[in-house]
Design a protein around this ligand. Sequence first.
Ligand SMILES: [Zn+2]
Length: 714
Amino acid sequence: MELRATGTLPSSPEILRSRVASGAPQYVPADSVTLGSLPVALEPRGWRAAAPPLAPAASPTARAVGFDPTNLDPTVRPQDNFYQYAVGGRIARSPIPDDKPSWGVDAELVAQTQEKLRGILEASAGRRNPLVATPEQKIGDFYASGMDVAAIEQAGAAPIRPWLDRIAGIEDARGLQDAVAAMHADGMHALFSFGATPDAKDSRNVIGEAFQGGLTLPERDYYLSQEESQKDVREKYLSHLENMFTLLGRLPDAAREAAETVLRVETKIAEASLSRAEMRDPNALYHPMDRSLLRELTPSFDWQSYFANIGRPDIESINMATPDFFIKMNGLLRDTPLEDLKTYLTWRVATENAEFLSSNFEQEDFNFAGRTLKGVQSQQPRWKRVVKHTDDYLGEALGQKFVEQNFSAEAKARALDMVENIKGALREKIVTGWMSEETKREALAKVDTMVAKIGYPDKWKDYSGLVVDRGLFGENVARARAFHARENLAKIGKPVDPTEWEMTPSTVNAYYHPLKNEIVFPAAILQPPYFDVNADDASNYGSIGATIGHELTHGFDDEGAQFDAQGNLRNWWQPADEAEFKRRADGVERQFNEFVYDGQRTDGKLVKGESIADLGGLELAWTAYKNATEGDPAPRTDDGFTPDQRFFLNYALSWATNLRPEYAHLILSTDPHPLPQFRVLGPLANLPSFHAAFDVKPGDPMARPEEQRNRLWD
Ligand SMILES: [Zn+2]
């Protein structure tokens, strides 16, 4: 339930239950874990040139920030295609850099943030031999070891050699299962996922959850689809596997055979997996089971030793999120030759670590994960990748420095003020809206208990148990990954820690967590052009305001609506209200089914939650903006636009993005977020406030016919 795709692998409904499988760094979005952690974590970052940042840097003296007319494409009427009209000029002058899958306002902000993080890391790395192990020492040493190319080259595959030897030495099914558990305990992913999550029906407490997993390609359809484009990706995947096994030292025939084995095993896992759309039903993912039930479900997998091997022999019961998957996994373990499963584990170790090893591994990994899957032309400079890894593994140590330098108390106060106004708009709409009194009471309770976290955590994560030094980078990463895995597994059986964050402060994104009923806005998204303390309300409510409204509305989207004010999975809707909500949600699904990109249709069911959140978020932001500016004297129009127009122009601007076709197709196949242009065209076509601002008439493409118009809160 994040605002946008993360740029690693597309984000997915998995944030719903922070299924940070046995200990990926908490901040690597859960989806990239389930997706097998192909190291596609090459965020669009680090660009400098061409388009100047839209909004000038904040200055100490307040001044209004208008809309830059060079963003427009004046050859297009706003009534015909508002996205193209509002940002056509901007996207035309912002070509995608070779090392990025996409480029836009979001990526530019990420790039600026990346530069700031680099400054922090280089300064920290420059301070040698501190006497105590401070957060600054850890980020400095982590970064320095990642930049020590000579040592990394010389080591080759050495950091994963102990794992490869261990897997090669497996002699029986027991040894194999022990190795899977050991990989999980070290934060690597194989076969399935296991980790801590709030209990969906008792959300103050953390339980263990077993979830489908073990795939390397982004989604099960990559293995199963008969479309030519997907078959082509599978061919390239086979070559990639073969190349990687060759790098691991296998002879050509053996490497090819190993590649085919991995694809065969992963295809079986894919056949056992639910689709992403199917995973949007939280009730379908809730099956508490004790040990004896687990034994019955998977007689070929020994959960008792698994729990012991991950360091939690005390676990008595868990949530088995995807029972059918585990039944099939049981069959896979029983019927697959041991050598094939060993080959699969070898592959998992190699692919998860390739980006931390010598350049031959790293480049082979990029060729597939970057070039084939996302269409990226060249690899990002090393420093950007290492900055990203440092943020993934030590994000709150780095984040402390980042907010010290980049997030003012004034910005925090203004953002909080906006959150309160938008919450107020939501209360107002619930009170005057279409729900019955009983449902209204529950909905209002949910708004009242919803927590807003702004900027950075009140309590920083404690990394004192993690050793970071200037030795091999791959070893620093392995220790950090294991640290996060241990930390994750240690939560099971304890109360939920309300101070925890699931994104780092330097992440340009936001999220709603249904089990914690909280909305979270890291410092890095509270920057221009999304949020500018010097901009007028129209601009801020149109961009960050719509985002705040988006996250609030997630509490009521097709998934979020199933959780109550305490974050428990419980149906609190009166039947008639539920039917009305469903009718509205289905309208949004139908509308998005109509959007086609390059021959590929948007999956309305997959993007339903995000599209509901976009529509509802805009409705809330608009009302809050109107409330906040009521009685304002003489609105400024010196940029040629009314404030109402600026509200929608800034909304469109927040989605201005160029995408490579490969990446656009990847998003369409896997991401619960619609393509950026549809996030503008879709919701606005429904909104009377937009139609009035830009004189959109019935029959214009930007006016959805009255009888098909979607509304969420209004
Ligand atoms: Zn969202």
